[in-house]
Structures are given as C-alpha cells and as structure tokens.
Design a protein around this ligand. Structure first.
Ligand SMILES: C[S@@+](CC[C@H](N)C(=O)[O-])C[C@H]1O[C@@H](n2cnc3c(N)ncnc32)[C@H](O)[C@@H]1O
Ligand SMILES: [Zn+2]
Length: 284
C-alpha cells in the first residue's frame, strides 16, 4: 500500500526541488515524490522524504547516538538553549514563515521554534535515518527530509525565513542561497566551558577547539553578518544515566571506551552547559 503523504510534507512541497536535475518541482505520486522528468524519491514509512539517494552521506549519527540524544533532550536539560533559539528565530520569522533546520537531529529545536510561531511551517534536513524518524514526528507543522548538508540543498532559492544550525555541520553558501534577503541564520555552538567537567574527566571526549569560533566567523563572513548573540550558560545536575547519554550522543562515543564509561563513578554531580546562539543577517 502506498505511503500517505504526511500533511507537513505536503505543505513543504513548494520548497523542494528535484536533487537530481536541480530546479524542477517535486509532486506526490503513489507514495513517492516525482519530478516531471521522472526522478523518483521515496517517502519513508516513518514520514520523511528520502531525497538522498545513490551516494552515501559524508557523515551522520547512528541509532545509538540518536536514542541517547532523544533521552537526554527529553529531560529538559537543554530547554534554555531551545528558548534562546526560539527567541532569535521569532525575531526574524514573519507570520506563516518557513523555518529550515539543517542537521535537525530529532527535531527538538525546530519543534521549539514552531511552538513559538503558531502559523509557521518547518522542514528539517539530516542524513541520519534514525534522527529523521523522530524529526518527522517532532511537530505537526514540521516535515523532514534526508539530505547531506555538504551537497547543494534540494530547495528553491530564497524560500526560508530562518535557517537553524544547532550543533551541526554547516554549508554557508547554501544557507545563504535558500534564505530570503530578510531572513536570519541562527547558529548554536558550544563554548570552551560547555560540559567541561565531563570532558576533563573522560580523556577520549572530543574537546572544543578554541580556534573553532574564529573559523566559524571566517567561514560565515563572506555571506553573513552577526546581528544578535545570546550567551546561554547554566549548571545542571548530572545523574549517572544522563552522563552516559551525554557521552553517547556525541561523536566522542566512538572514542570513549566502555571502561571509561564504567568509570563514570568518578564524575561530578553538576555540569556546566555553555553555548553561544547567534542570529546572522545575509549579506548581499
Ligand atoms: C550533534 S547532532 C545535533 C542535532 C540537533 N541539531 C540537536 O542539536 O539536537 C548533529 C546532527 O547533524 C547530523 N549530520 C551530521 N553530518 C551531516 C551531514 N553531512 N548532513 C546532514 N546532517 C548531518 C547528524 O546526523 C546529527 O543529527
Ligand atoms: Zn528530476
């Protein structure tokens, strides 16, 4: 039986363009999306559009990482980050605006933004099949599609009022192309203090490189100008289970051994959360 077109995906069809012939619109056809030339992309049973076909994605979270992130975010520990993102996005999005979340993961931040914008619609892009399953269900106004941020987006020019990029890889030129001239790019990244107590104790955990901030500004500078930055810093309690999930949901999971994790008894009972959320205006 063909998969029904999820309502949020139906409302996003005007944004999408065929990734193969670039530029042509996609229309629903018997459980798939098809361009006029006949390129066809499945709609997954879980409700996201499988636009990334043929080539392997350059990167993406595996199921264990996504499940750990889902559990951790459900504790509400990052709710202040979600609020900061929602505020920066709401400043930019008009009524009935379009919010694109690139590297959306489970759709946690996209759903938070849509909650603040009662008539806006959202679209999340990610390479991780497990993340997309959650993202497609994250909000009734959010659609999700499989896509690799490092390839030209399967989207029309100038369609997004807000592009979100939260702890995820970036493609500044494509962010710029898909944003309207009045739109905003909202980027969230960790500072050097983020989760420091955990990183110091687990030698294998990926560190936040100080020069990352400079590299971000250099990468965005030709296309974007920063207009508003929120520093979000606070401390959270760290039960053992959440410590495990925090490690398991980052690329560090691949570098931290089971013995390190079993040593979790040595961990602090509180942890610093420290991120910067910046809204950027596109430069013409
Ligand atoms: C650290 S997670 C952040 C997810 C989400 N923004 C959040 O903060 O909850 C990074 C996300 O980027 C996705 N990702 C990694 N490489 C990607 C790529 N090349 N294209 C699209 N998404 C990618 C991962 O699958 C993962 O969902
Ligand atoms: Zn096509």
């Amino acid at each position: 039986m063909p998969v029904l077109l999820p309502p949020a995906l139906e409302r996003s069809l005007d944004l999408l363009r065929c990734p193969t012939c670039r530029g042509r619109r996609l229309r629903p056809d018997r459980g798939a999306l098809r361009c006029p030339v006949g390129h066809t992309f499945d709609i997954a049973r879980h409700g996201y559009a499988g636009l990334l076909t043929g080539t392997r994605a350059t990167s993406g979270d595996d199921a264990a990482m996504v499940q750990a992130r889902d559990r951790f975010l459900a504790t509400g520990a990052y709710a202040p980050i979600r609020q900061a993102v929602a505020r920066l996005a709401a400043d930019a999005a008009p009524e009935r605006g379009t919010v694109l979340d690139v590297g959306c993961g489970t759709g946690y931040y996209l759903a938070g933004v849509l909650d603040h914008l009662p008539t806006a619609r959202g679209l999340g892009l990610d390479t991780s099949v497990r993340a997309l399953r959650s993202a497609a269900r994250a909000h009734d106004r959010a659609a999700a599609a499989a896509w690799d941020v490092f390839r030209p987006f399967p989207l029309a020019d100038g369609v997004a009022d807000v592009v979100l990029n939260v702890f995820a890889p970036r493609n500044p030129a494509e962010f710029h192309r898909v944003l309207r001239p009045t739109g905003r790019l909202v980027v969230v990244r960790p500072t050097g203090r983020h989760l420091a107590e955990l990183r110091h104790r687990l030698a294998g955990m990926v560190s936040v490189d100080r020069s990352k901030e400079q590299r971000l500004h250099r990468a965005l500078a030709p296309c974007f100008e920063a207009v508003d930055t929120a520093q979000v810093e606070y401390s959270i309690p760290l039960p053992r289970r959440e410590a495990r999930d925090l490690v398991a949901m980052t690329p560090s999971a691949r570098h931290v051994s089971d013995t390190d994790l079993d040593d979790i008894g040595r961990l602090p009972d509180r942890l610093t959360v420290s991120v910067l959320a910046t809204a950027y205006r596109p430069q013409r």
